[in-house]
Ligand binder design. Structure first.
Ligand code: SME
Length: 148
């Protein structure tokens, strides 16, 4: 599926009033399969002051709950902006999920200025995430935010 087809599919699912839980699982599946560079794809939801792992594809992560003041995940939610880390080993904020991970992108899911969660993707490739990945994932996030 191309990125355009994925966006169209997510719109279809939303128009069909799919429940949010299923929508977020389907979104992770579609995103994960859209690029061979996406080696771990997950969605965290904000619960109070913690990001809680909702669903993912990839190696099990020890980080199922991340306080807002920790990690790349916390930084993206606090800053309400996408964070791209081209080399996770050079970023002191990074919380390791897998030893193979080299780069990461975290895209917050925001509606009316409030953060509801985020899309988190890890890659085994150094500097894997481009402006194109960012634009695509921000579009997905904007769609998903409408389910909150
Ligand atoms: N690397 C993230 C933690 C989540 S795992 O990648 C799944 C972080 O630094 O916040």
């Amino acid at each position: 599926m191309t990125k355009e087809q994925i966006l169209a599919r997510i719109k279809e699912l939303m128009a069909a009033n799919l429940d949010r839980d299923t929508l977020l699982r389907e979104a992770v599946r579609l995103i994960h399969r859209s690029s061979p560079k996406y080696n771990w794809t997950g969605i965290y939801l904000l619960e109070g002051t913690e990001l809680v792992l909702h669903n993912y594809i990839g190696a099990p992560s020890p980080h199922t709950r991340i306080p807002l003041d920790k990690g790349i995940c916390g930084a993206a939610a606090r800053g309400r902006q996408t964070v791209i880390v081209p080399d996770v080993n050079a970023d002191p904020r990074y919380l390791a999920c897998s030893l193979e991970t080299r780069s990461e992108i975290v895209v917050p899911i925001i509606k009316d200025g409030k953060v509801y969660g985020e899309i988190d993707i890890d890659s085994h490739t150094l500097n894997a995430f481009t402006a194109e990945d960012k634009a695509f994932l921000e579009e997905v996030s904007a769609l998903l935010s409408q389910s909150f």
